[in-house]
Design a protein around this ligand. Sequence first.
Ligand code: ADP
Ligand code: MG
Length: 856
Amino acid sequence: MKRSEVDRSKLSPMMVQYMEIKDEYEDSIIFFRLGDFYEMFFEDAITASRELELTLTGKQAGLEERVPMCGIPFKAYETYLDKLIDKGYKVAIVEQMEDPKTAKDMVKREVIQVVTKGTRLDNSIDAKSNNFIASLYNFEYCYVLTYADVSTGEMFVSLMEEEEEKLIREVTRHGFIEMIANSKTDRELINLLRTSYHISVSIYDDLYEKEDYKYTYKKLKDVRFMTGVKHLLSYLLETKKGDLSHLQEVRVEEAKAHLLLDNHTKRNLELTETLRLRERTYSLFWLLDKNKTAMGSRLLKQNIESPLTNRQKIERRFRFVETLQVEFILREDLKNALDEVYDLERLSSRICYGNLNARDMLQLKSSLKALPKIKKILESLHYDQTIETFEELQDLLEKSIHEDAPITLKEGGLIKSGYNQELDELRSLSSGSKDFLLELEQKEKERTGIKNLKVGFNKVFGYYIEVSKGQCNLIKEEFGYDRKQTLSNCERFITKELKEKENIILGAEEKIIELEYQLFMQIREITKRYIGKLQKCSNVIAEVDMLQAFSEVADRYHYVKPTFSDHHELKILESRHPVVEQVMSLNNQKYVSNDIIMGQDTSILLITGPNMAGKSTYMRQLAIIVIMAQIGCFVPCKSAILPIFDKIFTRIGASDDLVSGESTFMVEMKEANFAISEATENSLILFDELGRGTATYDGMSLAQAILEYIHDKIGAKTLFSTHYHELTSLAMTLPHLRNVHVSAIEEEGKLTFLHKVKMGSVDKSYGINVASLAHLPHSLIERAKEILNIYENQKEKKPAFTQTSLFSLEEEEQEKEEKENKIEKEIKECNILEMTPMEALNFLYQLQEKIKEEDK
Ligand code: ADP
Ligand code: MG
């Protein structure tokens, strides 16, 4: 039975309530609280039972047919919730807003939160990554992209061109999992984001117009930015419902301030995850993440994905990394202190939003304890920023929160004694009464002379006095014993005095729990006032932590400080690929270091060498060194002089593109086009065997034309590997192109890779040798060698078409065209119908002669 087909007038009142709530949250699965369960109905129930493997039942709801229903226990709902969210659903949690026992009419219910993939705050999210939700706002001539991490309070906004391809690049670069877009946004674009990039996109138009969160955007000057922020705020408040005052002031993302890496580059260089397994292990992030805090790790990840371009800012980081290397004892102290700091940023968010427990408070407390130490160390290191210490707050938490507090807030045991007088009194009353019970037992024994009399407690009868059957005859009227229960071997009694005490004891316990909860909430309110300052503090700590990690890796793996040149000079001596190097060293292998030298007058290195020689690795190595340098980290080499790059473009390896339906070659050409249209002379381009995806001559010609274009029109530093050896002769005509090759030696038909990059070109591809390494059958390899021999003898080596490149010779082109036009004109003007066959033949002969002449 579908929800839309239901005759609502027949429904039970509770189902009416359900329907009304669901109407407002059509696109979410409703978790409808009913006693100890969250129930789902109609289509929601069918979906959930399928996705969560739950039994589908039915509920009598006033209709003839039962309504489909399935439920999950309230106590264990989180795993179910996580599963649904991971699968991309939104879940609206509907709570009972009053106690069903005391409610007069039907229990009031409300949505307290909509849980979505991009707005989670719980512990299921990765501590080392941000979890961004984004708003895309179309202004019809441009877009504004606003994104926030609700779990840390960070918010960013940036302006984007309207061009779809660029927009997708920008969106995928950030790896959003959830987005909202205003309804002016092109539906096709939305569909593409949904289907090809697996982002859950909702159409949403409201803007936040109240005062509470104005502080986040009031400093922005651009109205468009404000609109973007208001758009996202409105959605966040609607879904999260609770207090979001941990949201920080929005930061404007300026493209120029960062080294631009598109998604493709990020993936190909394995910056944050490996290509094949998509795991963090063996990525650059994995290598550098020697952070002690989650904030530090997240900052590192943000930086790797978006390095700096401002020389002063980068060099400031270098200086501190250097200081930490010199002051290595202080660095150890700093590391130890940082180790005690929990995720202050996410703790702050939870404190604000409300779903925190006493353990979070304890984590906050121990984090605060470490701050004075950190502050002092930073002063000794002359770090240019400082942190606040929160003695008062620490003191409060120290005095108030019990060290062994449970996770739940409704069991008591949260608050230390000595913190609140009323609580202490209730506690002593409750425990005093317990002492009283012991005393009472003693007293009654003496009074009645019954030796084995006992005071006990059970849930049904409360406190009682127990007398064994054999002694019951000793009970006298004047004792005031009132029989309550008869068991096989004893009788249980109550007395007036006992019942009075029972009231006090049980009442006190209830009161204690309630009071502890209230006190905890008060402490939380007080803590909330520190959120802004705590966030500032955690930003400083994140940076310090990241820089301490840089200094750690620099020492551990022998990295050096690079120098920046303003003159397009690039000279890296004995450089290594940092990740491959470490992975090899795990296997006791040694990485072969290489120089990468591109002087002011070199823009292109053309790299040749057999397969498996190390061409791709060499190219990646350069890009990774550039990225490391521009985040303020030292680099794996003996010395490095580098320009500061503005963008990196890569086209490496076979296609593993998300967008299906396009051939490898098409994707390759698109990437190439993107690179050459966006690159500047300050960019770095890596083209790995470009043109491989098409017929040899096509591919080679395209590769050459692209090289010429980059050489003449862009001047970006470019590494271009190729298996078209013919291209190496381009060095004769393109003055800014140099040949290098990765060497291998062949001995008795056996190939050894040296992984050493040398000047000049090699004229052999060793394809067959490599094939034999792959253990193809011996006879097959021999036959291939024979065929190769025939080919090599048949054709002379054709050098590449090395006439001066097209682009610089446009005049010559024109002249040639004019001549061609003359002949065209003659053909057009002759009247074929009036010619005899002989005349026609003569005419043709003349034309041919003319053309021959001109070609000379
Ligand atoms: P190509 O692109 O020339 O086919 P790759 O760059 O893919 O070669 O490298 C092939 C193999 O050689 C890889 O397994 C890589 O780990 C190893 N390798 C590459 N460069 C080096 C080096 N400098 N030192 C040691 N091993 C290397
Ligand atoms: Mg390769």
